[in-house]
Ligand binder design. Structure first.
Ligand code: ADP
Ligand code: MG
Length: 508
């Protein structure tokens, strides 16, 4: 080899060494980055873990907090509000009843025909968006719109004209915080969900509706004012008399249950005809140090409109689950390049909705096509390799599994408080550990988009209830799905409260 040849050979060797060194360096860096991702994921999974032991601690905390909330006003983060509903529908109700459901951008008008013997002979629903302008107008304009919509709905009924609804009872589902003063009256505490009709705050919402009905010439009687969880309990009880609690897991979350009137210690001398009363727990605000909180939950809460409030809701409801997932991917994108260049869409709150997160989670195509499509279209993240798509599914799984299992713990907490979990229940705020007594068949009605439309969520929830209760007790507890239960339930409550004086609950 001549000098030139040798020089070229040495040069080539040096260059290939340099290239090899760069490649090895890159590979090492990329492996390091990958390890960072794996570590961040492991940490997240560990912080969000819900082994059954931890769930049982949440069960006990829920039961103890329920007791505290019933013992005194402000005694717990659980408000444990008295609903004045003491007589749930039992299936014997007969006739045609109407209901209005106000609680979001859409409002619903319903008519049901009940035929006794737990039968629903007819059921019509109309959904209408509430014009944005009305959400910040005056109470008169707002209720005029509702009354007019109801009037149009009534007039559309083939066999029913205005004259025939004279004196008919109406149920009113109003899903905003209300201080109930009887089964058919209550004052608005504050607006939420973008509504801001200032002159309504502290007014009786039923009176406002009743006046608007009169202005429109509708002679109807608002017989029951309820929130959506109470409506769900009512329809559950109509269909199955062993239904004693209801849970809503949609955009937000709440639960209610049938309590013994004498257990409501904060209302000494509470008298009801049935001896029981429905308690609206407002459980979205539940909190316990046993909840498996991650750094993502802490950030989500700090950046929310209501920090330190609705802590349970922020871990379990549809408004938030997608955003927890988004926060995890955002962190991974900052720590590594597994999602390519940092997408600005990833840093915006609520850019990943829960239904889209569910669609990724439930993607059963071999190459996770749906995951890739959603990442691309929603978050502007392109060309993600399969192993990263699998990570996406894993993150969705961690978030949903935790949410569903916490709801399960909450439900068993209610069963524990009411002595239906096979243990001794609780007395004086202390949890008894001994199994005792006979088990009764117990039904819990469950409503809301997460339970009705997100299959994996529902399966995790059902499974966890059985796991916490154990195989001996689990067969006695049944979770029943109630689609659109809250509206129908209000109409049924109007029916069960119509024939009697509406104020059967007295606070002495
Ligand atoms: P709302 O809570 O407003 O009364 P729903 O009970 O229908 O309404 O729940 C709607 C919520 O449920 C949505 O905000 C969404 O978070 C969640 N959701 C609806 N469909 C799905 C789905 N297929 N998968 C997961 N979550 C869903
Ligand atoms: Mg709802």
């Amino acid at each position: 080899m001549g000098r030139l040849g040798l020089g070229i050979a040495v040069g080539c060797a040096a260059a290939s060494c340099a290239i090899a060194a760069v490649m090895v360096g890159r590979r090492v860096r990329s492996r390091k980055r990958w390890w960072r991702v794996v570590r961040a994921l492991d940490e997240f999974e560990e912080a969000a873990a819900t082994p059954v032991g931890r769930l049982r601690q949440v069960v006990d905390a829920m039961a103890v907090e329920m007791h505290a909330g019933l013992a005194s006003e402000g005694g717990s983060k659980l408000k444990m509000l008295l609903t004045f509903v003491d007589n749930l529908p039992d299936g014997s109700e007969n006739g045609i009843y109407y209901a209005l459901h106000v609680g979001g951008t859409n409002f619903r008008i319903l008519r049901i025909q009940l035929g006794g013997q737990r039968s629903i002979l007819g059921h019509d629903v109309e959904r209408k968006p509430i014009p944005q302008l009305l959400m910040t107008s005056t109470s008169e304009e707002f209720f005029d719109f509702i009354a007019l919509s109801l009037k149009e709905f009534v007039e559309k009924g083939n066999d029913l004209q205005l004259a025939q609804v004279r004196g008919k009872d109406l149920g009113f589902t109003f899903s905003f915080p209300v201080k109930q003063t009887s089964v058919s009256s209550g004052t608005l505490i504050k607006w939420t969900k973008g509504f801001a009709i200032e002159d309504m705050v502290e007014k009786d919402v039923v009176q406002c509706l009743q006046e608007a009905l009169s202005r429109r010439g509708l002679d109807m009687n608002v017989a029951a004012l309820v929130n959506d969880s109470v409506g769900t309990l009512a329809v559950g009880h109509f269909l199955d008399k062993d239904t004693v609690a209801a849970v809503v897991i949609g955009t937000g979350t709440n639960a209610c249950y049938l309590e013994r009137a004498d257990a409501v210690i904060k209302c000494q001398g509470l008298l009801t005809t049935s001896g029981g009363v429905v308690i609206n727990m407002e459980w979205g605000n539940f909190w316990s140090s046993h909840l498996p909180r991650t750094s993502y939950d802490i950030d989500l809460d700090a950046e929310s409109q209501n920090p330190n409030e609705q802590g349970f809701e922020k871990m379990i409801s549809g408004m938030y689950l997608g955003d927890i997932v988004r926060r995890v991917i955002f962190r991974l994108s900052l720590e590594s390049d597994i999602f390519g260049a940092l997408s600005s869409k990833l840093s915006t709150r609520f850019n990943l909705s829960t239904p889209l997160m569910a669609a990724m989670h439930e993607d059963d195509s071999p190459d996770l096509k749906e995951v890739a499509k959603i990442l691309e279209e929603t978050l502007d993240i392109h060309d993600v390799p399969l192993k990263v798509r699998k990570i996406m599914v894993r993150i969705c799984d961690v978030v949903t599994r935790r949410a569903a299992r916490l709801v399960a713990a909450g439900i068993v907490g209610i069963l524990k408080k009411t002595g239906r979990d096979g243990t001794g229940g609780i007395t004086s705020g202390r949890v008894k550990g001994v199994k005792s007594g006979k088990m009764r068949r117990t039904v819990v009605a469950v409503e809301g988009g997460l339970y009705t439309s997100y299959t994996i969520f529902r399966e995790y929830l059902n499974e966890a209830v059985a796991e916490i209760l154990g195989e001996e007790i689990a067969p006695y507890v049944i979770l029943k799905m109630m689609e659109d239960g809250s509206g129908i339930g209000a109409a049924m409550l109007a029916a069960s409260n119509s024939a009697r004086s509406v104020d059967t609950v007295q606070v002495l």
